[in-house]
Design a protein. Sequence first.
Length: 279
Amino acid sequence: MSASTKNFRGTAAVLPAVVLVVLVVGGGLGTVVLQSLGLMPLVGTPQLSVDAYSALGGDLWRSVLLTLSIAVVSTALATVIGLAAALTALSGGRSALVAAGLTVTVPHLIGAAAMALLLADSGMLPRIFGMTDGGWPELVGGRWWIAVVAEYAWKESAFVAVVVAGTLATRVAAFDETASTLGAGRWARLRLVTLPLARPALIASAAIAFAYTVGSYEVARILGRPYPEPLSVMAIRLFTSIDLETRPQAAAAATVATAVTVVVAAVALHYLRRSAAWK
């Protein structure tokens, strides 16, 4: 069987699912974009404009910067922690992978509530350390969004660990043994064998974690400050407002969040295409 025939059969096998996803996701995104540009108003005549974006003013850029800050920091922490957990699991510490698997099943809503009970100024940790008299730092609802970043990093690190460990489980042992036979030390094997093999899985899982963080609503709403607000919180707040004139503004915030996610996904895909695993 030729390579072209195999590619055609593979494409045909996934085509129904791809078409369904494109119709559902593409239709939803198209509606949001058109509404943000004034081409699908709830009332009035359709007219192309960027009034929905300009109406948000400086709040839109503050939300963009805040969203990027939370997503970048939490994704970086999740990637480092997840990689460490995966390497620990591959070295014999199976409990790390079991803990990661259990963490993945916990909904973010429950994780946010648990983080609030743990880190709030009247939570478990202040009581353990005896700092309930005002000495505990403002981690929940504070200036630096620490509880929000902590929750995302905790949850997404488990996802990264499961993906990376699953990728390396069947590949790293033989290469690592060969490198050790040739005289490579522990750190040399990590740098020249393990990390290159893990890089595609790390890039893909980090991009997924970043995208989820940008689009997630409940964690930032429960653990964050009322203002400024991430793009997801802004979009939901405007969409659920009793003032129907804010619907295009909600669509504008959602469109910007989607654009940020698409750019990051494109960058991740670019680096994945350059990796040997893609070829």
